[in-house]
Design a binder for this molecule. Sequence first.
Ligand SMILES: Cc1cc2nc3c(=O)[nH]c(=O)nc-3n(C[C@H](O)[C@H](O)[C@H](O)COP(=O)(O)O)c2cc1C
Length: 190
Amino acid sequence: MDILPLYSLLLSIFEKGTVMSPRILVAYASVHGSTAGVAEAIGKALQIEGYSVDIAPMKTVSSPGDYDSIVIGAPVYMGKVVGDVKKFVVKHRDALARVPVAAFCIGVAPLGKDPGDVDTIMNIFRTALAPLEPVDVTMFAGKIDMEKLPFMHKWIWKKMDGPVGDFRDWEAIGVWARELPRKLGISAEP
Ligand SMILES: Cc1cc2nc3c(=O)[nH]c(=O)nc-3n(C[C@H](O)[C@H](O)[C@H](O)COP(=O)(O)O)c2cc1C
């Protein structure tokens, strides 16, 4: 039997990425929408690289075991990573233990003015993710839109004299996203 046509067919399917393309889930939590925007940007960058990507609030994810890799993203409020992360990790403990995971958190700490320093927040984030040991964990600067904050958050932010604006660095976010497949061990390239 001549297996060359079959081999060619499989190769072309592989090259088009229709069957073999690894599936990635970008699961995020977001209170005011800026982490959702970062999750979308990461997902889109991975899609452009040819990966099959779903982007979803982690609260709505039922089967993370369907994916080859998972990216977890969440914002920091008052020195804590939002509780959805711990709930997600506990609920899907077994599925998450079987796949490579990367994670990012969002806050204003990278701007170098309070609240909190990046190293402390990263340790808090790693603790929330435990026992997962992500292949990479990072923190990006987020966004504060005073118009959209509820009264209590606005009051806290004014009292703290916190920075206001959209500080999301789309270039840095894109660079991190494009490096993910290699770090997650799912890249076709060496
Ligand atoms: C009340 C309040 C508390 C915050 N606390 C922190 C903090 O402790 N550390 C930090 O780095 N950023 C802090 N931030 C900044 C948020 O993490 C940032 O605005 C982020 O982009 C919010 O993400 P989201 O829009 O997805 O909810 C705080 C923001 C508010 C409004």
